[in-house]
Design a protein around this ligand. Structure first.
Ligand code: FFO
Ligand code: GTP
Ligand code: MG
Length: 428
């Protein structure tokens, strides 16, 4: 097994940077750089030297021994001054040593998975945690990283194994008098698992939105002040504005943290009939993006004139609050009137929707749970036909169990690993 190393902290100037090593030669490499033995486990401060004996830096060294480390292997960390030149010099020194090589993205975590330190869902949770930019994303990722999905999957698995065992007991004693009818207990177990599965399957879509962000489209007629409103919400001049109707043509996207939720705000072309070909393309794009967005904010005096139907949760506000007799239900990107209320309303709608998020967060999870649920539906159908069919029912139960096992990577996941680790950053 190679010993791998990488900068674990972000590239760039920082107070401290961490270079991490994992594998059988980690301690030996630390001994070479410090010119002294490094204990199997612990923390120490040492000077690190280059191949020519010149000092590279003073570092804090953390030492872990297999299997009690993040990867399950021997691990050493150098916590050094976070300058570009210092980290470069340390990494260059490590490249010189035999049996060491630079880690691939996600390789430390991959080893943690292979050594049973994390299950596959936890690996996904860790990737999400590193990507988390808002409080809702952080909390969701922490739940997955803590093993929440693995725990419910294990609970379902235990119930289905018990159900299969009950059926198999009947099969084994087929020639004898069977004392009790196991069907009610088996059906009870199946319906418990199916109720949970149903909830989790329907919660994935929202959990995915929390993971990747909600899209909120601002729509309305030209000159309503959509781009001005977007700029006020974004706190910067993300979009051009002008008194000429038809200024915005492309969709302008701005990422923001809205009440702890990740939101991509879309500014779109003003909706109207136009003979201008390019403006027409912009309007068609605006309609498509409004259609696929999670939420629409209509900035318009006349809703019907937009030609876009309002859906559940959509918000209607009146333009240019500062120019109206009454500012009720109106906003102004120029004076900021009504903007806080609008932000609160968007946050409320998205928060309410987020409440139905489950602990399964990916399409991969949804597919595995649907596969399990389908097998359980078939099992229920087969059980109707009586004990002669119990062996087929038990086989369907095993299909469901295997699908659930793929959630946490017990089986069938080799081909998934490259895809999952491709999204990791270097040093993780
Ligand atoms: N310096 C440093 N900080 C870090 C990490 C790291 O790798 N290095 N982590 C990396 O993600 C996170 C913490 N996660 C960790 C998870 C497990 C172990 C670990 O050594 N586990 C061993 C021993 C536990 C013990 O000593 O009690 C084990 O599980 O056997 C370390 C860090 C965040 N902070
Ligand atoms: N008084 C007042 N003027 C505003 C307000 N919002 C925007 N304006 C002005 O109205 C004009 C149009 O604003 P934009 O933000 O470009 O309007 P838009 O809806 O993006 O227009 P299109 O991109 O053409 O669809 C500009 O001159 C803005 O300064 C507002 O709340 N009050
Ligand atoms: Mg505009």
């Amino acid at each position: 097994m190679d010993t791998i190393f990488a900068l674990a902290t972000a590239q760039g100037k920082a107070g401290v940077a961490v270079v991490r090593l994992s594998g059988p030669n980690a301690h030996a490499a630390a001994a070479v750089l410090t010119g002294s033995q490094v204990p199997a486990r612990g923390m120490l401060v040492r000077t690190l030297y280059g191949g020519d004996g010149a000092r590279l830096d003073d570092g804090v060294i953390l030492s872990f021994s297999a299997p009690a480390s993040f990867t399950g292997e021997d691990v050493v960390e150098f916590q050094i001054h976070g300058s570009l030149a210092t980290t470069e010099a340390i990494l260059r020194r490590l490249v010189e040593l035999d049996g060491l090589r630079l880690a691939e993205p996600g390789e430390f975590t991959r080893r943690a998975l292979e050594n049973g330190k994390l299950d596959l869902a936890q690996v996904e949770g860790l990737a999400d945690l590193i990507d988390a930019e808002t409080e809702a994303q952080r909390k969701q990722a922490q739940a997955v990283l803590a093993g929440a999905l693995g725990q419910v999957a294990e609970d379902w698995r235990r119930k289905l194994i018990r159900a299969a065992a009950l059926l198999e007991a009947v099969i084994d004693f087929a020639d004898e008098e069977v004392p009790t009818d196991v069907t009610p207990e088996v059906l009870g177990l199946l319906s418990e698992v199916r109720a949970d599965l149903g909830r989790q399957i329907s919660g994935v879509r929202i959990a995915e939105r929390i993971r990747t962000g909600f899209e909120v489209a601002i729509v309305g007629p030209p000159n309503a002040g959509k781009s001005t409103l977007l700029n006020t919400l974004a706190g910067r001049e993300a979009a051009l504005t002008s008194e000429i109707a038809g200024t915005t043509r492309d969709v302008i996207e701005v990422r923001m943290d809205l009440a702890g939720l990740p939101v991509t705000l879309l500014d779109t072309a003003g909706l109207r009939d136009t003979g201008d070909v390019v403006e027409g393309m912009g309007i068609a794009l605006a309609r498509r993006r409004a259609e696929s967005a999670d939420l629409r904010v209509f900035l318009a005096d006349d809703l019907a004139a937009t030609g876009i139907p309002m859906r559940d949760g959509d918000i209607h506000v009146l333009p240019k609050a500062d120019q109206r007799d009454t500012a009720d239900g109106a906003v102004s990107g120029v004076t900021g009137q009504g903007v806080d209320i609008l932000v609160d309303r968007i946050g409320q709608v998205l928060k309410t929707r987020s409440a139905s998020a489950g602990i399964a967060t990916r399409e991969r999870h949804r597919q595995a749970m649907i596969k399990a649920d389908d097998a359980l539906i078939r099992t229920e159908g087969i059980l109707d036909s009586g004990p002669e069919m119990y062996d087929i029912a038990a086989e369907e139960l095993r299909t469901a169990i295997r699908a659930l096992e793929s959630l946490v990577g017990r089986i069938d996941v080799e081909n998934l690993l490259d895809e999952i680790f491709a999204s990791f950053c270097l040093g993780k």
